[in-house]
Design a binder for this molecule. Structure first.
Ligand SMILES: [Zn+2]
Ligand SMILES: [Zn+2]
Length: 337
C-alpha cells in the first residue's frame, strides 16, 4: 500500500509499504479522509514527541477492512471514525480516568503509524461507528472537535462570559460554534487573514478583529473590562503571551494551541496574583469522542464550510504548507485518490 513516511524531520516520501494485518483486538481501517493538524506540522519539523520514521495522520475516518481475533463490536464494512488516543489502561493516570496523561501515552499518527496511508491498523476499542448522515470528510473532523470538547470540559465557562479566541483556524471555528450554543455573551475572534475572520463571523463569532495594528484598541472597545476567557488557538508563543493583556480580573487564559516543544513565554506573576487569574492547559482529548459525534450529528457544529482542500497522498508536503495559510481552512488527505 502507499503511505506517507516521514523518514526524519523535513523529509517525507510516499513509499510502498506492507499493508498492516490486525492482531488480537485490532482492526484495519481503509482510510477515506485524514485531516492535516498543527501537530503534523510539528512532527514534520521535528518539534514533537515523535520518533522517526513515522507515518503521521491522526484525524481520520474510513471503512473497516480487516478484523483481528477477539473483536466483538466492530465488523468489516463498518464506517468508523477513530480515536487516535493510545492509553495503557493500567497506570495511575488511566485509573483516574486521566488517560491523556497516561505514563505510556501514545497516539496513532503521533507515536505509531497513522492514517496518511491507504490502510491503518487500530485497536477496535478506538473505533466509533458513524451514521450514514455524516460524510467521511466531516467525520475526520471528529478528532479535533473532541479536543475542543475536552477544552470545554476543562474551561467550564460561566453564564455570560465574554470570550476572546486568538486565531481563526479550524480549531477556532469549532470553538466558536460550541461557545455560540453555550452561554457566552460575546465571542470575539482575531486573526491576520480576513477570509478566515469572515468564516468565523459566518459560523457565529459576534465580532472579529484583524490582528496587528489597532487590535488592542478595538479589543478594549469590545470588552472594556477585559475578556472573562481568552483562548489561544494559534500555538504561537508571542500570541499566547499577548492574551494576558486582554484577560479580565478573575478571568481564565487557556493554552489550547500547541506551542513548539520547549518554547517559553513571559508571564508576570504579580498580574496573575493581582488579577486572580486562572491559567489552563488542555491536552488533546480524553474520552470526548461521543460528545463530539453528538454535536456533529445534531448539527450544533457544522464542519462542511470548513472543508476547503482535499489532496492525494503525493501532495502531503503541499498540504502541510496549505494548512494554516490564508486561503485554506481544513485541509484533508484522501489516500484512496
Ligand atoms: Zn490534531
Ligand atoms: Zn496509562
Amino acid at each position: 500500500m502507499r503511505a506517507v513516511v516521514v523518514e526524519k524531520p523535513e523529509t517525507a516520501t510516499v513509499l510502498d509499504v506492507p499493508r498492516p494485518t490486525p492482531g488480537p483486538g485490532e482492526v484495519v481501517v481503509q482510510v477515506a479522509a485524514c485531516g492535516i493538524c498543527g501537530t503534523d506540522k510539528h512532527i514534520y519539523a521535528g518539534s514533537f514527541l515523535s520518533h522517526y520514521p513515522l507515518t503521521p495522520g491522526h484525524e481520520f475516518a474510513g471503512v473497516v477492512s480487516d478484523i483481528g481475533p477477539g473483536v466483538h463490536e466492530v465488523r468489516e464494512g463498518d464506517r468508523v471514525a477513530v480515536d487516535p488516543s493510545l492509553f495503557c489502561g493500567e497506570c495511575y493516570y488511566c485509573r483516574k480516568l486521566q488517560g491523556n496523561h497516561c505514563v505510556r501515552w501514545g497516539a496513532i499518527g503521533d507515536t505509531t503509524n497513522g492514517a496518511f496511508a491507504e490502510y491503518v491498523k487500530v485497536p477496535a476499542r478506538n473505533c466509533y461507528k458513524l451514521s450514514d448522515s455524516l460524510s467521511f470528510e466531516e467525520a475526520a473532523v471528529i478528532e479535533p472537535l473532541s479536543c475542543v470538547a475536552w477544552g470545554q470540559k476543562r474551561l467550564q465557562a460561566q453564564p455570560g462570559d465574554s470570550v476572546l479566541l486568538l486565531g481563526a483556524g479550524p480549531m477556532s471555528l469549532l470553538w466558536t460554534q460550541m461557545l455560540r450554543h453555550g452561554n457566552a455573551s460575546q465571542i470575539v475572534v482575531t486573526d491576520l487573514h480576513e477570509p478566515r475572520l469572515a468564516m468565523a463571523r459566518g459560523l457565529g463569532a459576534s465580532a472579529t478583529v484583524p490582528a496587528g495594528e489597532g487590535q488592542a484598541e478595538r479589543l478594549h472597545e469590545l470588552a472594556p473590562h477585559g475578556f472573562d476567557v481568552v483562548i489561544d488557538v494559534t500555538g504561537i508563543p508571542a500570541v499566547l503571551q499577548s492574551g494576558f493583556d486582554y484577560v479580565a480580573p478573575m478571568g481564565k487564559v487557556m493554552v489550547f494551541g500547541v506551542c513548539p516543544l520547549k518554547s517559553t513565554i513571559t508571564v508576570e506573576p504579580f498580574q496573575v496574583y493581582n488579577k486572580d487569574l486562572t491559567i489552563l492547559g488542555s491536552m488533546a482529548l480524553n474520552y470526548t469522542f461521543l460528545p463530539a459525534i453528538a454535536m456533529l450529528e445534531s448539527g450544533v457544529v457544522d464542519v462542511k464550510p470548513m472543508l476547503t482542500h482535499r489532496l492525494p497522498l503525493e501532495d502531503f508536503t503541499h498540504a502541510l504548507s496549505l494548512a494554516g495559510s490564508r486561503e485554506s481552512m481544513k485541509v484533508q488527505i484522501a489516500p484512496q485518490s
